[in-house]
Ligand binder design. Structure first.
Ligand SMILES: [Zn+2]
Length: 121
């Protein structure tokens, strides 16, 4: 179980990360409103399309990460933060520091990844 002080530390870390992501996301959205007419050359337009796909992928990943951070913040509030969803053991502080949004201890995560490789997911 994490001490209150440690929980507060993770809460601060996650809130800061969330703020940074939301700021970035807003920037991406405003950058996407550029009219296509600025790129009359078809080659440029193609480049721009792939840039846009790239941005959408980034945003998809960001959106997922934002969701994960919000979940982690909720877990801090309800006291389940830092506990593995799979086996109920405490997740090591070292792992939480490296990846505060994680919901699985290193053992369960490793097993999960092994499973995914076997299934070819
Ligand atoms: Zn576990």
């Amino acid at each position: 179980m994490l001490t209150k002080k440690k929980r507060e530390g993770f809460k601060k870390l996650l809130t800061e990360r969330l703020d940074a992501l939301l700021t970035d996301a807003n920037k991406t959205v405003s950058g996407m409103t550029d009219p296509v007419d600025n790129y009359p050359d078809p080659t440029d337009r193609a480049t721009m399309e792939s840039d846009r796909n790239f941005e959408l992928r980034i945003r998809d990943r960001e959106r997922k990460l934002i969701g994960k951070i919000k979940d982690a913040l909720e877990r801090i509030e309800d006291g389940s933060f830092g506990v593995c969803e799979e086996c109920g053991e405490d997740i090591s502080a070292q792992r939480l520091k490296a990846r505060p949004v994680t919901t699985h201890c290193i053992d369960c995560k490793t097993n999960q990844e092994k499973d995914e490789r076997v299934k070819g997911v």
